[in-house]
Ligand binder design. Structure first.
Ligand code: CLF
Ligand code: SF4
Length: 477
């Protein structure tokens, strides 16, 4: 018999179940939208590649950290590009790369100017790619000034990922970052222009949320200008539905010819960046694996292959885009990702006691593995490890140690400075000489070839068994 009270209980548990189902369904759909995007998913960035097509030369804003005239093949920062392309050339390049690098799943337009200050080229390029290669995700990165009027077009073209660079929500701070904007055919300087820009950025963000388009916000951290203010930016974007926040360091050197470079404005240290990221991390998902790509970058994040595909080279290559082959490879990658997740779950520590946290530097060519020789690494992935977790905290660029078959002493000096706060380097191989130098600097060289999670844990176990014992012995002397 159903009594009124049991009916109430049943309807209550039914409602709870419905809510749980709806949440699970929403999470599954969200997962499907990001699982092959190397920027939106930290896991994906070990396995999937992105490429940018540089079809957007003009810009409608001047940022004090940008100089689009500067070009160098070794230079990696937004706004920098070797050659701009027409939409037809860009679409051909995408098809060529989709066959040569089948793990490439995302095409972004990120410059060298602002994609929405070049709407004709940008949208024509996306339309051509969507027609020929519908399995590739489309991604757009903008300063936000023109965003509100293009949200409908973005939605129509199924561009599911949009990044807005928002460095501040305070016009006074903005006036120190943006000297002018170009708006309705006029140049508007100072605070008046900044107010328009900031308002348009927030309106654009809100409109993206209403259109159910995933939005990431990039913020350039500029010490002494917006560093203390970034948690406020974080709160404002969270309230307007941003999916991910990417706080990245100002890149600034006199030779770049930017206002900040020439005026001696410094960028933040890795520690300063981590502190602000950690401060904001309780509130929303933070991106920590950004490589501040060039506007013509190609490959896995951290591995730029743009020089293999310069215009003269890719125009001579045929587009052998094969969706079935790509699908087979992606299914294999998904299987591998699943294995790594299961392994991670198995390895997860059961240590209820707090254990010391240490940083380790990892040499990896991708795949979520420790699989690179120390001397070949051009960057280290930095992980924080304790008895329970292995968490990715960032990456640090270095000059690789092994040059023309020999160890480069100047590089070693820089490497030791860059990873001075790390307790170990995890790599697949390392020579006797750099081993010695690392040890003298208090950094353990740790050779292995396995998943990052598993090698980090093996190192940590050894660290707890040996190094802490040594520390203890020293303390009791
Ligand atoms: Fe390119 Fe940007 Fe799309 Fe990624 S990059 S347009 S979201 S496909 Fe990625 Fe490069 Fe960082 Fe950008 S690592 S700079 S966040
Ligand atoms: Fe450079 Fe982008 Fe700023 Fe334009 S919006 S000046 S391209 S960094």
């Amino acid at each position: 018999m159903i009594t009124p009270s049991s009916a109430a209980v049943n309807s209550c548990s039914c409602t709870k179940q419905n809510v749980a189902d709806a949440l699970a369904d929403r999470n599954a759909r969200l997962k499907a939208r990001i699982e092959k995007h190397p920027c939106y998913s930290e896991d994906a960035h070990h396995h999937y590649a992105r490429m940018h097509v540089a079809v957007a030369p003009a810009c409608n804003v001047q940022c004090n950290y940008c100089n689009r005239k500067y070009d160098c093949a070794n230079e990696s920062r937004p706004g920098v590009v070797s050659e701009t392309l027409t939409p037809a050339e860009a679409a051909h390049k995408v098809l060529v790369i989709a066959s040569k690098i089948p793990q490439m799943t995302v095409v972004g337009i990120a410059g060298p100017g602002d994609p929405l200050a070049n709407p004709k080229q940008t949208f024509e390029t996306f339309a051509r790619i969507a027609e020929k290669a519908p399995d590739i995700k489309l991604c757009l990165s903008t300063n936000g000034l023109n965003l509100p009027e293009y949200v409908d077009q973005i939605k129509e073209l199924n561009i599911d990922h949009v990044t807005i660079t928002i460095n501040t929500i305070d016009p006074e701070i903005g006036a120190r970052i943006y000297p002018w904007i170009r708006w309705q055919r006029k140049r508007i300087s100072g605070i008046e222009g900044v107010k328009i820009l900031l308002e348009r950025q927030m309106d654009g963000l809100q409109a993206l949320q209403e259109a159910d388009i995933l939005c990431k916000v990039n913020s350039v951290m500029i010490p002494g200008i917006n560093d203390q203010h970034l948690p406020e930016v974080n709160q404002a974007i969270r309230e307007r539905g941003a999916f991910l926040h990417n706080i990245m360091p100002l890149i600034s050197a006199p030779e770049h010819g930017t206002h900040f470079g020439l005026s001696g404005q410094r960028g933040p240290t890795p520690r300063e960046i981590k502190e602000v990221q950690d401060q904001c991390a309780g509130n929303m998902k933070m991106m920590r694996h950004c490589r501040q790509c060039r506007a013509d970058a190609v490959g896995l994040l951290g591995e730029d292959r743009s020089q293999e595909f310069t215009k003269d080279k890719f125009m001579a290559m045929s587009a052998e885009y094969d969706p079935e082959q790509r699908q087979i490879l992606h299914a294999r990658i998904e299987l591998r990702k699943q294995e790594l997740t299961e392994e991670k779950e198995k390895l997860r520590g059961q240590n209820l006691k707090a254990t010391p946290k240490v940083l380790v530097a990892v040499a990896s060519k991708g795949g979520g593995l420790v699989n690179q020789h120390f001397g070949h690494a051009k960057e280290f992935l930095i992980y924080e490890v304790d008895g329970n977790t292995v968490s990715f905290v960032g990456h640090r660029k270095i000059d690789h140690y092994c040059q023309s078959g020999f160890g480069e002493e100047a590089s070693m000096k820089g490497i030791l400075q860059t990873i001075a706060d790390c307790r170990a380097v995890l790599c697949s191989k390392i020579g006797a000489c750099p081993q010695e130098q690392l040890r003298s600097a208090g950094i353990t060289p740790f050779e292995d070839y396995d998943s990052i999670e598993s090698v980090a844990r093996k190192f940590y176990q050894q660290f707890m068994e040996t190094e802490l014992e040594v520390d203890y012995a020293l303390q009791t002397l």
